[in-house]
Design a protein around this ligand. Structure first.
Ligand code: BGC
Length: 758
């Protein structure tokens, strides 16, 4: 026993020492290279360009492209983004390595947000699986594909906490909660980076957008943010900290100004917190043109000042504004900034390149056979299907309308998204082939178990947009197909309607002030409901939509997000009951836009009141015309079976700060099929030096139960779970009374209490 322990310790010591010497080794190499670099070459490493010509076509001869091409040869580019595919990457890397004086290899970055060519569900959907292992695996598979395409850096994960579904970028994150968000941030970093960055199938990850971008005012993208120190530390920063603790190689800052300072120049965030307090050793890349945008913010009067503010503020690499490459040299030579800032940034960038093993072999990601074999392989497709099923959330299922019978039902499939092979790919699917998602129609036809009829009803969009940049044009007047759809519905036993947002209606630059079904879809839904009440509504969207009418009038509702390449198969398996829904919402679903921002872990007010109850006066915190509560709360999601919860058993009702207590609860599957449940634990600090949320997620476990089976789930509670950034400006657990809630969603009223003693 002792011998075993001893051997383990020796092994740990060996690994530790090897790591220390490995990184010392890298540091030495970095220093050596740095000493050979001219100031101009150093600044070149801090410059990142977008892909600027098509390498399979003629080389550029004029204008900006020619200039960039020359800079590449002169070693004045440190990284490229959006150059992908082994052939293209190889050609650009060749120029950097073989034609520049020092031959420093380039980093190749790309937005691998939910897959490269094969799309997994959008990140918000994946978060609804709450399945940390599956999320890590999904990122791992994305890294496999992306690295096979020659890439070595992804601009993911986005870890912005988002509580306002008007903001289109909620689709890219893990929802509203910092505890879950932190676990997912770490999982995604582990998935992308693996345990050895120098392997050719792992890539650098990037925690973004640092920081506060999810709090843009009024949910309007790129807008101002104002966040108190309390909220910043307790809510916004934890997922970034988790990513940093998990060894994320890079950070990206954000477009917004935070409390008056553009994040790109925010010393407090980037130097004091990230590189100081958290001892982050990687580098920070600006967001696209965000150094230049500081002029539009009214923060920097000109490009020179913008460059100066950004480098002083801790931005190491300039994405696409060319300000560093044009301005930094002059700033150093005129003594306005010290060379130390440049050296620090370059060290960080070179270190990342060494960690990736690019100096040993700059072409290590270039293997066209691997590219051919890995991209779209069976393993990747199966992984995408697995997480797609786990991401779906069953919102309503009156009278067990679902699952569908496997035979003998006459089913009408109606709606503009039934046959859509683009929307399920979601935003940030730049490398995916157009129309490569499995539609619901295709997948349901494969089942061939029922008599199916399909009618579109109404078009959602007027024209398929040309990808990422084009505004989506919504059909608001062509009702041509409605009557035909109504006829089909009349004739069917069950109608499955697939409605929601087009794939590019959420994501960057896609804020919405209305959160209803766009276009004529609501009208279609109501017309169909007049002739057939047996409707299963499948909602595809990149954000929570307002589903009040559907909730009142439609018996079954399935939230199916944008689930990626395997979307149709995943939805069909759910509809037919071959997979029992297990997803749980990670953003509260609103009743009205006026409730935004909406989140479960709100503070109490001095005038709280039970929702919807007459308080006997008007003077309490409420709306005259809407409830305070969401339509579906955080953590909510149904199953085809039922789970009963016992009361909570606490091992003790008191603990001191060096003790641990245990909370136990027994969950029983009282339904007829096997099911997965996410058992959630929330804690409320009743009184504190700064007011605390009414409850906060502090633990969860996924269990799987056969019918009639029970499992006792145990949660460990120690001081670390009770800590928060207090009024004393530090993380601490304050003695006092705590409530603990355990249950099936954030609204659970199964409760116990304990005291933390001094
Ligand atoms: C986005 C980033 C993205 C970058 C590069 C920006 O517009 O805000 O999230 O990584 O573009 O594509």
């Amino acid at each position: 026993m002792f011998e075993k322990l001893y051997r383990k310790r020796v092994l740990i010591l060996f690994i530790f020492l090897t790591n220390v010497s490995y990184s010392q080794n890298i540091d030495e190499k970095v220093e050596k290279l740095l000493s050979q670099m001219t100031l101009t070459e150093k600044i070149g490493q801090m410059n990142q360009y977008n892909g600027f010509w098509n390498f399979t076509g003629p080389q550029p001869i004029s204008g900006d492209s020619k200039k960039k091409y020359d800079q590449l040869k002169k070693g004045l580019v440190g990284s490229m983004l959006n150059v992908r595919g082994t052939e293209n990457v190889k050609e650009v890397q060749r120029i950097a390595v073989e034609e520049s004086r020092l031959g420093i290899p380039l980093l190749f970055g790309f937005d691998v947000i939910h897959g490269y060519k094969t799309q997994s569900p959008i990140p918000l959907a994946e978060s609804a699986s709450w399945d940390i292992k599956a999320i890590e695996r999904s990122a791992r598979l994305a890294a496999l594909e992306a690295s096979a395409a020659g890439l070595n850096w992804t601009f993911a994960p986005m870890v912005d906490i988002s509580r306002d579904s008007r903001w289109g970028r909620v689709m890219e994150g893990a929802g509203e909660d910092p505890f879950l968000g932190s676990m997912i941030a770490s999982a995604r970093v582990r998935g992308f980076q693996g345990n050895d960055l120098s392997k050719s199938n792992t890539i650098l990850a990037c925690a973004k957008h640092f920081a506060g971008y999810g709090y843009v005012e009024a949910g309007r993208d790129y807008n101002t943010t104002e966040i108190s120190l309390n909220t910043l530390h307790n809510v916004v920063l934890p997922p970034f900290k988790a990513a940093a603790n998990s060894g994320v190689g890079t950070f990206m800052n954000s477009f917004n100004d935070l409390n008056g300072i553009p994040s790109t120049a925010d010393k407090f965030l980037q130097r004091d917190i990230l590189k100081g307090l958290w001892e982050f050793k990687g580098f920070v890349v600006s967001d696209w043109g965000s150094i230049r945008e500081m002029m539009d913010h009214g923060f920097a009067p000109d490009r020179t000042e913008a460059g100066k503010l950004a480098i002083l503020g801790g931005s190491d690499m300039d994405m696409e504004s060319s300000i560093y490459i044009e301005e930094l040299e002059g700033l150093v030579n005129s003594g306005k900034i010290s060379i130390d800032y440049i050296d620090d940034a370059v060290r960080r960038i070179l270190r990342a390149k060494y960690l990736l093993g690019l100096f040993d072999d700059p072409y290590r990601y270039i293997d066209s056979d691997r590219e051919e074999k890995i991209i779209g392989s069976k393993e990747i497709l199966e992984g995408a299907l697995d997480i797609a099923k786990k991401s779906i959330v069953l919102l309503k299922n009156e009278n067990n309308l679902l699952p569908l019978k496997k035979q003998g039902q006459k089913i009408a499939l109606i709606g503009p998204l039934v046959a859509d092979k683009n929307s399920p790919l979601g935003n940030w699917s730049i490398a995916a082939d157009k129309g490569s998602a499995i539609s619901v129609l295709e997948a349901m036809r494969k089942y061939k178990r029922n008599d199916l009829i399909y009618k579109q009803g109404v078009r959602l969009i007027n024209k398929v947009p040309d990808g990422f940049h084009e505004q989506v044009s919504i059909n608001n007047d062509d009702r041509g197909g409605i009557e035909e759809a109504v006829m089909a519905a009349k004739d069917a036993e069950i109608v499955i309607m697939v409605l929601g947002e087009y794939g590019y209606q959420s994501g960057e630059g896609r804020s919405r002030a209305k959160l209803n079904f766009p276009g004529l879809q609501q009208e279609l839904l109501e017309r169909i409901r007049e002739v057939n009440k047996n409707i299963v509504l499948v909602v595809m969207s990149g954000r929570p939509l307002i589903l009040n009418w559907a909730d009142e009038n439609i018996p079954a509702i399935v939230q199916a997000w944008h689930l990626g390449t395997q979307s149709g198969h995943a939805i069909s398996e759910i509809l037919y009951g071959d997979y029992n829904p297990s997803g749980k919402l990670t953003m509260s679903f609103p009743r009205s836009v006026g409730q935004m921002p909406l989140y479960y872990s709100r503070k109490s007010t001095g005038r709280p009141g039970a929702d919807g109850e007459d308080q006997g006066s008007v003077f309490w915190s409420h709306y005259q015309d809407e409830k305070n509560t969401p339509l579906y709360p955080f953590g909510y999601g149904l199953s085809y079976t039922k789970f009963d919860y016992s009361q909570i058993k606490l091992s003790s009702s008191k603990m001191s700060s060096d003790e641990t207590i245990y909370a136990e609860i027994t969950v029983t599957n009282t339904g007829r099929v096997k099911g997965r449940e996410v058992v959630q634990m929330y804690i409320h600090d009743r009184y504190a030096s700064a007011t605390r949320p009414i409850r906060e997620l502090k633990g969860f476990q996924i269990i799987e139960l056969d019918p009639d089976e029970s499992i006792t789930v145990t949660f460990e509670i120690d001081k670390s779970l009770l800590e928060f950034f207090s009024a004393n400006n530090r993380w601490e657990a304050e003695p006092g009374d705590f409530d603990i809630y355990i249950g099936t969603n954030s609204d659970t009223d199964i409760k116990a209490g304990f005291v933390l003693n001094d």
